[in-house]
Design a protein around this ligand. Structure first.
Ligand code: ATP
Ligand code: ATP
Ligand code: CA
Length: 217
């Protein structure tokens, strides 16, 4: 389903979000104060425009109010990042996602109304550290301090068995909520579902149990 997104700030982070959304078939408006950046990325988005996002009139002029979701990918200029989020929320943008460089910056972004603050350097660092510790873990979502959902490559010792035989609930206190079997997604797999080589299990549970499971060979 095609959606509309605006991305403000076409640095490395913003341009990566914008081009990924565009390549997936979405309509993407890219905005940057810097003419060279706009020129550089004009073919990676639907429209690219030069504007100073801290100026309400400039944002109105590029039609920002038509967008439901706006990503603020300005980092180094903290003042510009905060002002931009403030203006966007004042204009009534429903979902504003903003990049923060530090914890303090993030707190201020939430205070001025950001709906979701991301810390790309910190978050990517965490992900890589987790991956180094358990290479079978492809991705994870932290649900609470001690609980996560993880995508785990199935250990070879488990292939050719059914979920019932593996009995992950009893042995690891984990629930398999989906299986990605060579691109076919099985949601809420039944107990007789067979686990095949290269399957990826989406598993929910306590972090320590997930880690025990992901370290199996
Ligand atoms: P990244 O780490 O994502 O590569 P960066 O370090 O190159 O980003 P940032 O200072 O985070 O640079 O800015 C990202 C982009 O935001 C830059 O292209 C910059 O021109 C743009 N930008 C900064 N201020 C504004 C503003 N007021 N309005 C619009 N764009 C802006
Ligand atoms: P980040 O985007 O992760 O916050 P940064 O933009 O603050 O990083 P970088 O220039 O990427 O800074 O450098 C990261 C760290 O690497 C800094 O602490 C810097 O002091 C250190 N560093 C840079 N060059 C060298 C070097 N030649 N030897 C050792 N450390 C270095
Ligand atoms: Ca940067």
């Amino acid at each position: 389903m095609q959606k509309q997104y605006a991305v403000i700030g076409l640095g490395r982070f913003g341009s990566s979000i914008a081009s990924t959304l565009f390549e997936a078939g979405n309509e993407v408006l890219g905005i940057d104060i810097n003419e060279e950046r706009v020129e550089q990325f004009k073919d990676c988005v639907t429209h690219a425009v030069i504007a100073d996002s801290t100026e309400e009139e400039a944002l109105k002029a590029v039609g920002i109010r038509d967008f439901d979701t706006v990503i603020v990918a300005i980092g180094n200029d903290i003042q510009a990042s905060i002002l931009t989020v403030l203006v966007l929320k004042e204009l009534g943008i429903r979902q504003v996602i903003a990049k923060a460089l530090s914890k303090r910056h993030g707190q201020v972004l939430y205070k001025v109304g950001a709906d979701w603050v991301v810390f790309p350097e910190r978050d990517m660092g965490e992900r890589i550290a987790h991956h180094l510790m358990s290479p079978n873990v492809l991705d994870f979502i932290e649900l609470a301090k001690d609980y996560s959902i993880e995508e785990v490559k199935v250990p070879s010792s488990m292939t050719g068995k059914s979920l019932k035989e593996l009995d992950l609930r009893a042995k690891f206190n984990l629930s398999v909520i989906a299986i990605n079997s060579r691109g076919n997604i099985h949601i809420s797999p039944p107990p007789d579902q067979m686990i095949e080589e290269d399957d990826v299990l989406v598993v929910i549970g306590r972090n320590e149990d997930l880690q025990r499971f992901a370290n199996l060979q």
